[in-house]
Design a protein around this ligand. Sequence first.
Ligand code: TYD
Ligand code: MG
Length: 457
Amino acid sequence: MAKAQSHYLCQSCGYQTARWMGRCPDCGEWASLLEERVTGERHGARRNEAPSGSSRATPITAVDSLALGRMSTGLTELDRVLGGGIVPGSFVLVSGDPGIGKSTLLLQASMQIALRDGVVLYVSGEESLQQTRSRASRLGPLSDRLLLLAETSLQIILDQADQIRPTILVIDSIQTIVSDELESPSGSLSQVREAAVRLMTLAKEKGISTVIIGHITKDGAIAGPKAMEHLVDAVVFIEGEGHQIHRLLRAVKNRFGPTPEIGVLEMTSSGLRELANPSEVFLSQRPSGAPGSVVIPTLEGSRPLLVELQALVAAPSAPVSRRVFNGVDSNRGILLLAILEKRLGLALSACDVYVNVVGGVRVGETAADLGIAAAVLSSARNLPLDPGLCVFGEVGLAGEVRAVPMAERRLDEAARLGLSHCLMSRHNLCRTMPDFSSLRVSGLSTVEELTERLERW
Ligand code: TYD
Ligand code: MG
């Protein structure tokens, strides 16, 4: 038997060292170095090997295009974030908080693929065969081509997958899989990394499309982030508030997709359903005539989405005023409050300010700046905004309103949903604009102009 070796591995960032240290010199985390013992020589040697379908150089024109042969998951929103479906032999990570719907989503997709396209091997390391079956019965019709395996041993899973050669292999979840060649516990970085590398090698060599589920740790990172994210072809996050019925799918990385798309789904007792008209749903419960509420057309990937942004500026509840930003970046929010305070003379530092994007949506783009400014202004001055108004644009430190990409798509969506007026950067207006007959579009240069406009209504 080969000699057992050991090293210390940071569970947070993957830093490796021969001796123990109290603090990781790479990421600065305390007490994160754990001893990992390895048997056999394969551990270090094979890890960095590139997966290869062929070891012969090939003319580029003789290589099949990936656009061919994508397989639909039966869920158009999942297909959309994957760039049109699952690419044969691809390796995809689906991640999200516990209870967000990862198992449901992938079981639904597995059932659809089994009904239409071929054999699916669904490996559950978390639930028994009976539990998985009873969950599946609630989701739709069953097919013989959906094979279940309740197993956590990496070697058995690889062996079964190699024998069965399914069209799709689903692993629920990577953190439960253990390799008996490693002594570290399941869920540790080296186990997760080992399982990911071995499964990826199988996927690439045998052309088995593999989807692995990964739980998020409390700080939002996927366990073994460095080891996992660079290995996989695509990372899809499922997001949403626990109590909300909407779930957003977001591709944060996709080697096979052009842009980071989002998908919008709704939870039902029979699984996740597509929303035909997400903007309409997000705006359906808007209060009318309430100060602090504004509609912003955001753009995630190529899809415009109208969401409601709310702000509440209130008398401070404690000696130190509070700032709470939900769904928007808090640094960006604080910066905008400082700009509004300085440029418009709003006494915000003496108030509590709460900003929330309704429906559990997270808006990452700076195009939301003008919307945040309008909502804060509206609440601070107790000034209800026109219910047909939407607002977008980036705000600079000098209070200038800057252009943002793809204004036309945003305006299109606003017009489609019957909004009547849009405020945006004057610089976006300069470009040739199609005529939105029902939607009046006005350009602004500064946040001072925003105040004038809003006060005039
Ligand atoms: P689950 O898929 O088990 O979440 P995860 O695998 O991410 O931990 O879903 C959590 C619970 O929510 C589960 O009891 C099933 C239920 N659920 C529905 O009833 N309908 C749905 O559409 C979804 C997504 C989940
Ligand atoms: Mg699960």
